[in-house]
Write a protein that binds this ligand. Structure first.
Ligand code: PAF
Length: 279
């Protein structure tokens, strides 16, 4: 991969990169489309598919994370992807379990709250793999989805802090007609759970409606109570976290007003879903 990327660089060809964990859906395809738009018809679009073990805790869904490489390959071909990079674990983390791999990238501010609080080693894994992928793919631009807003913020910070010569682009969340954000993990939802999974989007809509209706800021505590009540109406749903936060610092805010961001994680059955939006 690196040899190919260096070859492109020597020919002054732009490289657009979309890192994924596979099981591609319309959300990923929109990122691929965005990468193409950003680098133009003569650039090279690279997609990586790698289910990165270091961003999963031992209790999480690494082993059962959905995979369908045949379908992913066909979708990439249809979407005009120039190179599909699918490295094996043994090359990304040689002998990791036996201590053969020991270098990690840790972002220490933006990765603390929300996903980082619920999944303490998650962003260390994400920052590490994204740094490694940047060094292999040598992209000019890399596209991430806004559904993982905190991830995009951590990647932007890491890119700036470690001087990666990569421009980060964050593309909007793609949703089902009923508002459910597209995610490979939606596949886990049962027929009873699927309609209840819209509660994340309904929570965001509720917050938006409240903020739009009043001129003064609202206490986040009050809004949290209302949303918690809404989530409680779904028997399969259990709130993991709900946060109103500053979109730049990601610090939690006690007062909610237009322009700030809300993010939440909800277990629907055993499936943990996340979503976020600007208010
Ligand atoms: O968002 C994802 O799919 C993953 O976290 C990423 C960025 C590909 C790193 O493994």
């Amino acid at each position: 991969m690196q040899r190919l990327a260096r070859h492109w660089k020597l020919a002054a060809t732009k490289i657009g990169f979309v890192p994924t964990m596979g099981y591609l859906h319309a959300g990923h395809l929109s990122l691929i489309h965005q990468a193409r738009q950003l680098i133009g018809p003569h650039g090279q679009v690279v997609v990586s598919i790698y289910v990165n073990p270091t961003q999963f805790a031992p209790t999480e869904d690494l082993a059962k994370y959905p995979r369908d490489l045949t379908r992913d390959r066909a979708l990439c071909r249809q979407a005009g992807v120039d190179a599909l990079f699918m490295p094996p674990d043994a090359q990304m983390y040689p002998n990791r379990e036996a201590g053969g791999y020991s270098t990690y990238v840790v972002e220490e501010a933006l990765s603390r709250g929300m996903e980082g609080a619920s999944r303490p080693t998650h962003f260390r894994g994400v920052a590490t793999i994204v740094a490694k992928l940047f060094n292999l793919v040598l992209p000019d631009v890399a596209v991430f989805g806004a559904k993982d807003f905190q991830q995009a913020a951590v990647v932007e910070r890491m890119t700036r802090d470690l001087n990666f010569p990569v421009k980060i682009f964050v593309a909007p969340t793609i949703r089902e007609p009923d508002g459910l954000a597209l995610s490979s993990r939606n596949k886990y939802l049962s027929a009873e759970e699927r309609p209840q999974a819209t509660v994340l989007w309904r929570s965001i809509q509720l917050a938006r409606a409240r903020v739009a209706k009043v001129k003064k800021p609202i206490a986040s505590k009050k809004l949290r109570t209302e949303i918690t009540r809404l989530i409680a109406t779904c028997p399969a749903a259990r709130l993991d976290y709900l946060e109103f936060f500053d979109p730049v610092t990601l610090r939690p805010l006690a007062l909610v007003h237009r322009g700030i961001r809300v993010a939440l994680a909800v277990f629907v059955g055993k499936t943990r879903l996340i979503d976020n939006a600007m208010l």
